[in-house]
Design a protein around this ligand. Sequence first.
Ligand code: ZN
Length: 421
Amino acid sequence: MWYNKQVMSTIIKKYSKNVYIITTILVCVFLVITLSACSGNAVEPDPSPSVEPPTPSPTPSTPTPTPTPVELVPWNGPVEHIFFHEIIAWPELTFRGGTRQPGFDAEFVTANEFRLILQSLYDNDFVLIDLNDVWSEYTNETNQLRMTRNTLMIPEGKKPLVISFDDMNFYAIDIPYGLMSTYIIGTDGQIWAEGYDPSGNYITSQDLAAITILDKFVRENPGFSHNGAKGCIALTGFEGILGYSTQNDPNNTTQSFRLNRMQEIARVKPVVDRLKATGWYFASHSYGHIGIANASLARVQADGERWLDEVGSIVGDTKIFIYPFGQRLDGADQNAPGPALRFYAEELGFRLFASVGREPYTQIKESIPAVIMDRMLVGGRTLRNSRDRYLRFFDAADVFEIDVRPTDYGTDWGDSSYNDD
Ligand SMILES: [Zn+2]
């Protein structure tokens, strides 16, 4: 077997408290199995002041030099937006064959690839900004709420970049395939990830999950973040968030279920608060990762309200909606907004709607207060097959972890002995 007793006992321990979960997992297996194609083809008080370097105390005899202020200049060009999923911590567990290997290969990057990509983005003068800072609401002459692009002020010589991360939930079915399992707060007050190594040993690390790797990179390279911005964390709700079982089950009214859920919410709250205090922000990725383009309006409405009830109630207000499977609301939000997009904008208050595309496409809607946009996937599929389109960010040939990736799928770069097609 590819897993061991420790990993299984952990999963069982994590979920056996709530027998209903097993039913939920069975119901969701079909759904989750398809999640690897998420993008389709088409988400305080600082408990640890010691984290920051101590501020030198100036004395009259040795005044502290004033750092040269960074000059900010207006940015009128496109705002690049790339996205990832959670990061593969243990490639030997991910790439061991089987039916899910192609999906993981296509949609995910490894921890080592992620670090190299961040370094390249920084070297190429990209600077992280908050997607919420790009547009604003305003009231037009006919007293209607609409969106407008802000004048972004960016450090001179830098290019603004948004990074979002989809499905940061730690689905139980994914964890045995080489992911960590929960974001926690360490004794130092920082975010850490916990999980189990391939031998089944419990570990905590800041080098094996997306959020902690990016946090660490920004600590070491503060110039990579403008105004402290980090990334957008897109969450579903059907299997909790960030590794915590915060989801409700309307069919389970037992007190033990209710108490356990309250404990999980109480455990994740400080993690959410710490993330928000350190530049992270959240987005809805729908409650059930539903195929939203073809869902009935009633289902879209119920799903959207359930996300607000079970996830929004924990992470707070957000105006960002990230389409599951990259499927646009109403299937064609580039054209006239349909009832689902209108519902999200006018009833639920979402403003920024992100799909998947090949370039930094954005469109401010004229008839509703909404902006639609595309994001570019960073995963094995684009590393293998879209090197040219991503060269302004990084060179796939330099970041691709050729030693751990399957050799079955080839690339559109590299030597012919590696390419299979
Ligand atoms: Zn997704």
